[in-house]
Design a protein around this ligand. Structure first.
Ligand code: DGL
Length: 255
């Protein structure tokens, strides 16, 4: 089991922010990534649809023989039921990792949360659904006027709120961190859901004795439900390296 890969999934490219961090802190681990690029975004879908998709995504990863399931998707983590019972595998989403860290680092107890519409319906805060489309299309440059306008519009409710910490509760959002920081200023600490989820995954694996030995060079393989070409085009934005190892199309409706 120790030698098995870590399974990571998201509705699209966003979960790659977690993959990048996993590759960095656990370079010895193999990763199987599934991006449901044919059905993205999840954030504007119903609870039923999101739960069904999450289960199919997880079933696919289980079939690939993963040792842990990482829902690197804020929407799945806050809306879909816990998948560990259903699939009999260790599981983490992004909610616990980011909330623990936000609670630890805040100095004034005022924490903002941004996520997709489905996530924010759960916590009654500000959704930033449009961020997902921008990120999926590579529009993340803080110098880009369109990016600045969008971020300003969505951040407006937080400007006067006195928050000192903000959870980027969607794995797509770390790509907009520079633009958000530019708008909110240095007084607001941004909590990166991809990074915190990677750290938490490492903790679970260590606790279960499932971390691989350091002498292995981890490989990552990527699967998508839409054309691999688009995924390859933008994945380099999320990863430190481009996903040249292996990107393959699968039919997720079979799971
Ligand atoms: N990456 C997903 C999340 O963290 C959002 C994208 C979507 O709406 O599907 O919520």
């Amino acid at each position: 089991m120790k030698q098995s890969p870590i399974g990571v999934f998201d509705s699209g490219l966003g979960g790659l922010t977690a993959v990048r961090e996993i590759q960095q802190i656990m370079p010895q681990e193999d990763i199987v990534y599934f991006g449901d690029t044919g059905r993205v975004p999840y954030g504007s879908k119903s609870r039923e649809a999101i739960s069904k998709y999450a289960l199919q995504d997880a079933r696919f990863l289980k079939k690939m023989g993963v040792k842990i399931l990482v829902a690197a998707c804020g929407t799945v983590s806050s809306v879909a039921p816990d998948l560990s019972e259903e699939l009999g595998l260790p599981y983490t989403g992004v909610v616990n990792p980011t909330c623990f860290t936000a609670a630890r680092v805040t100095r004034n107890g005022k924490i903002g949360v941004i996520g997709t519409a489905a996530t924010i319906n759960e916590v009654f805060e500000q959704h930033c659904q449009l961020f997902v489309s921008f990120v999926e299309n590579g529009l993340v440059d803080p110098a880009d006027e369109l990016v600045q306008l969008m971020v300003r519009r969505y951040m407006a409710p937080f400007k006067e709120s006195g928050i000192d910490t903000m959870i980027l509760g969607c794995t797509h959002f770390p790509l907009l961190a520079d633009a958000i920081r530019q708008e909110m200023g240095d007084g607001v600490t941004l909590i990166d859901s991809g990074k915190e989820t990677a750290i938490y995954t490492q903790k679970i694996l260590r606790g279960a004795g499932l971390l691989r030995d350091d002498d292995h060079k981890g490989e990552s393989n990527y699967y998508v439900s839409d054309t691999p070409a688009d995924f390859e085009k933008y994945a380099a934005l999320f990863l430190n390296n481009s996903p040249h190892n292996h990107v393959e199309h699968i039919n997720i409706e079979e799971y």
